[in-house]
Design a protein around this ligand. Structure first.
Ligand SMILES: O=C1O[C@H](COP(=O)(O)O)[C@@H](O)[C@H](O)[C@H]1O
Length: 247
């Protein structure tokens, strides 16, 4: 496996957000179809960027092509709010995708938010460990087939926010984070859990992401996104506005 970092990641540029979503949907279908045995495990990103992708996956063309019965959906991060809250990543994914595709029933694993944040993070870690079949991650056996990530305008990814202790976490797979300048306590995959992947794909669109993308690619260590690694391949899937002016 490649063992990519953000510096070695491939950059793919598409015309606009619709083309980014189409590329990602096609990529997910191709990877899921290519995996002939076992469950295809995807960690979804939150925020607004993946909406178009989720809607596309719920469209008839993709419903027909995705081998849903072999696909399991997890979450890279969640706001610690009830699942019906407007800020919930799970709620957004249900409204745009899961409520429309019956075949996903029983294959979606939301981060729980009904206990304390610490309890819910520990509970999600136990679920991942049970699905992995071990307490410790083995670099030779990545858990996720695909981890989808976004990037905030402060350089955060998943809910790995600047200046927060979660950035030093190397043991837990799932941890809490209280951003100092963004709403909601968060629950997030940690760096080692994200690294336990065959593919990491950053989905980026809009000129608001250009500056952070430029800084991450140029190795700005202050940004949480700069420290993402994977045991497999990493790709930045961007629209033109993100990469304009970035070498
Ligand atoms: O808070 C979050 O922000 C990032 C970026 O979100 P976007 O709205 O700019 O797409 C997202 O990737 C993360 O999952 C989310 O919880």
């Amino acid at each position: 496996m490649s063992g990519d970092t953000v510096k070695t990641a491939k950059i793919i540029v598409r015309a606009d957000g619709a083309e980014v979503a189409l590329d990602m949907a096609q990529r997910l279908v191709a990877l899921a179809q290519a995996k002939k045995e076992g469950i295809f495990r995807i960690a979804l990103s939150g925020g607004s960027t993946p909406k178009k992708l989720f809607e596309l996956l719920a469209s008839p063309a993709f419903v027909a092509r995705m081998p849903w019965e072999r696909v399991a959906f997890y979450y890279g991060d969640e706001r610690h709010v009830p699942h019906d809250d407007a800020a919930s990543n799970y709620r957004m994914s249900c409204e745009t995708l899961f409520n429309h595709v019956a075949a996903t029933e029983g294959h979606v694993y939301p981060i729980p938010t009904n206990g304390t944040a610490e309890e819910d993070a520990a509970s999600y870690q136990r679920l991942l460990q049970a699905h992995y079949g071990a307490q410790d991650l083995d670099p030779a056996r990545p858990f996720f087939d695909v981890v989808m990530l976004g990037m905030g305008q402060d350089g955060h990814t998943a809910s790995l926010f600047p200046r927060q202790p979660v950035l030093q976490e190397r043991e837990k797979w799932v941890a809490t984070c209280v951003p100092d300048d963004a709403p909601h306590t968060r629950i997030t995959l940690t760096y080692p859990a994200i690294a336990s992947s065959r593919h990491v794909v950053f989905l980026l669109e809009g000129k608001g992401k250009a500056e952070m993308f430029r800084r991450v690619r140029s190795g700005d260590d202050a940004l949480p996104s700069s420290h993402v690694t994977t045991q497999g391949e990493m790709t930045f899937l961007c629209d033109k506005a993100v990469t304009e002016g970035v070498s």
